[in-house]
Design a protein around this ligand. Structure first.
Ligand SMILES: Nc1ncnc2c1ncn2[C@@H]1O[C@H](COP(=O)(O)OP(=O)(O)OP(=O)(O)O)[C@@H](O)[C@H]1O
Ligand SMILES: [Mg+2]
Length: 271
């Protein structure tokens, strides 16, 4: 992913450009959404949610998750908030845009069989996919921090690669999307739950990478977390929800290393 684009998108809260629906809408999940094209740059992004769902605060959570991912080097496509002008009746104006980062992208459920420990792949393909998954091991620490148990889902990670100048040493880059069902704790001190991840990912996890990510998460300033959460406008995320989310993120980042073995047995990095 282009580091400059990531920086620009995390600096911005809202898009400053106009966008129009793409000719091919894409496959909407539960929240409803479709691809949009930037009128100025021709960049493509996924717009969500279409549906009104104030309790879920889809757009706010996607933006918070992306801004946090920058601080601990997790591969989340850039997200900005997007205010839909005159949405159709019953649809929400409070949306976000998630940038399409590669010309070629596959959902990970189309790359390997999520339920199978060898991914349903031939041995050589299996080891290539495992290497690309090992490189993004830190995502399990990030998901645990945010309370994201939505990863064992064929549509919630993408494998992206360039079509020109294909990297001869790598399969491509896994990117992680869909943070709508995260940060749902009622108490900041709530215990970590075990994460469900595809067995191929679980087997490929690299302990050193996980520990590096936990260390980066633990080092994030409390004030930085609060500023990321508090800059979301109140109509996207109610003030009481901001307080609840910040308190949980701050409490959980300090507990991640010790509690790792509880929420993901068998993968605890040695303290
Ligand atoms: N940055 C992106 N690049 C490419 N495709 C994307 C991107 N973001 C979303 N998509 C596509 O849109 C689909 C739906 O996105 P997403 O999973 O975020 O929404 P959802 O499943 O509707 O969310 P929710 O869990 O809130 O119902 C994805 O499965 C993927 O195909
Ligand atoms: Mg989804």
């Amino acid at each position: 992913m282009n580091p400059e684009t990531r920086t620009n998108w995390t600096t911005s809260l809202f898009t400053s450009d106009t966008w129009h629906p793409a000719p091919t809408p894409g496959n909407a999940g539960e929240a409803g959404g479709y691809f949009m094209v930037n009128d100025r740059t021709a960049q493509v992004a996924w717009m969500k949610p279409k549906r009104v769902d104030l309790n879920h605060a889809h757009a706010a959570k996607e933006k918070i998750a992306f801004d946090l991912s920058i601080l601990c080097d997790i591969n989340v496509p850039p997200v900005v908030l997007y205010h839909r002008e005159n949405p159709p009746p019953g649809e929400s104006p409070l949306a976000c845009l998630s940038l399409v980062c590669y010309p070629k992208l596959y959902m990970w459920g189309d790359v390997f069989t999520l339920s199978s420990s060898n991914g349903g792949l031939l041995p050589h393909s299996q080891s290539s996919v495992e290497q690309a998954l090992a490189a993004v091991s830190g995502t399990v620490a990030f998901d645990a921090w945010l309370g994201n148990d939505d990863r064992n889902n064929g549509n919630n990670a993408l494998l992206g690669y360039e079509t020109a100048g294909i990297n001869p040493t790598g399969l491509g880059e896994f990117l992680f999307i869909d943070f709508s069902n995260t940060m749902t704790w009622s108490e900041p001190q709530a215990a970590f739950a075990r994460l469900n991840v595809p067995p191929l990912f679980a087997n490929a996890l690299n302990q050193t990478r996980i520990k590096e990510t936990i260390t980066k998460i633990a080092a994030i300033d409390d004030a930085k977390i609060e500023s990321i959460v508090n800059r979301i406008p109140d109509n996207y995320l109610q003030p009481t929800q901001k307080t609840r989310i910040s308190a949980g993120l701050i409490s959980r980042k300090a507990r991640l290393l010790n509690d790792f073995s509880i929420w993901y047995p068998g993968t605890a990095p040695s303290v």
